[in-house]
Design a protein around this ligand. Structure first.
Ligand SMILES: [Zn+2]
Length: 269
């Protein structure tokens, strides 16, 4: 599943779309696009001014608002300058004035796309429920995050996955961040100290920045599109691993929020 670094990698690859005018959109699977008619009405004839990202969301900036796209499990974009893209599971096709084409492929059909006016983006779902993007939000008052986390009586791994306090971390990077912060993923939010919350934020920034530098992680559950292959998998410490690289003990594997979580009982407290 793409997390913040993988989505950032897709964003950078899609920067070549800036300046292109959307001539038409074909939607073959209605559920992927929220309010299909409204979406087409708002988007056709508009020019892509910029490609942005917040958390795991891609934002195609237009004159009148944003196309908001979430890739969920397996959503991928494919771009072609002039040749048709012949692939299975293509659900949305954007055609541009210069004859180039962008296709959205999604084998499992969990991805979602919608149009949001600029003024309503942060006032409505899904953005109203999103927490802080640790890469984009430079000035964060740590006590605000601490205050929210300490009210939660659920595992810190679950808190990180739910995106409402920090956003961008998914299963892979949440495991890596908690390992680097020496915090057990099973610890309740309410048990965390201020300095532990600070460690989570700092490690999130360090790990996500490095993963962006290496174009994300390519493991069996996620491969990127647009001919970009992530290489951060060589830096993974615990996720999908068997042995702790620090103490050499066998790592624990446990389901938390339905997601397989890797951690070291010795090094994480
Ligand atoms: Zn260890």
């Amino acid at each position: 599943m793409p997390e913040l670094p993988e989505v950032e990698t897709v964003r950078k690859a899609l920067l070549s779309l800036v300046g292109k005018e959307i001539e038409s959109i074909d939607i073959y699977y209605d559920k992927i696009v929220e309010d299909k008619e409204g979406f087409q009405k708002n988007v056709i004839g508009k020019t892509i001014l910029d490609m942005k990202r917040y958390g795991k969301y891609l934002l195609f900036e237009l004159e009148n608002g944003y196309i908001v796209s979430h890739l969920r499990m397996e959503g991928k974009y494919f771009y072609s300058e002039n040749k048709p893209i012949l692939l299975p599971h293509i659900h949305v096709v954007f055609r541009f004035h210069d004859s180039s084409v962008l296709c959205y492929q999604d084998v499992r059909k969990f991805g979602r796309m919608m149009f949001k006016k600029k003024e309503e983006l942060y006032q409505t779902k899904p953005f109203i429920d999103l927490g802080i993007d640790p890469i984009l939000c430079k000035e964060i008052e740590i006590w605000r995050i601490y205050d929210k986390i300490r009210k939660k009586h659920i595992p810190i791994k679950t808190i990180l996955l739910d995106q409402s306090i920090l956003c961008g971390l998914g299963n892979i990077y949440a495991d890596e961040v908690l390992y680097a912060s020496h915090i057990l993923p099973t610890r309740e939010g309410s048990s965390l100290k201020l300095e532990e919350v600070e460690a989570i934020l700092n490690q999130s920034r360090i790990i996500l920045s490095k993963a962006i530098e290496y174009k994300g992680t390519t493991i069996r559950s996620y491969t990127s599109s647009l001919n970009v292959k992530g290489e951060y998998q060589q830096f993974l410490m615990v996720h999908t691993k068997n042995i702790c690289p620090f103490c050499m003990k066998t790592l624990e594997k446990k389901k938390i929020s339905g997601r397989t979580t890797y951690f070291c009982k010795e090094c994480q407290k």
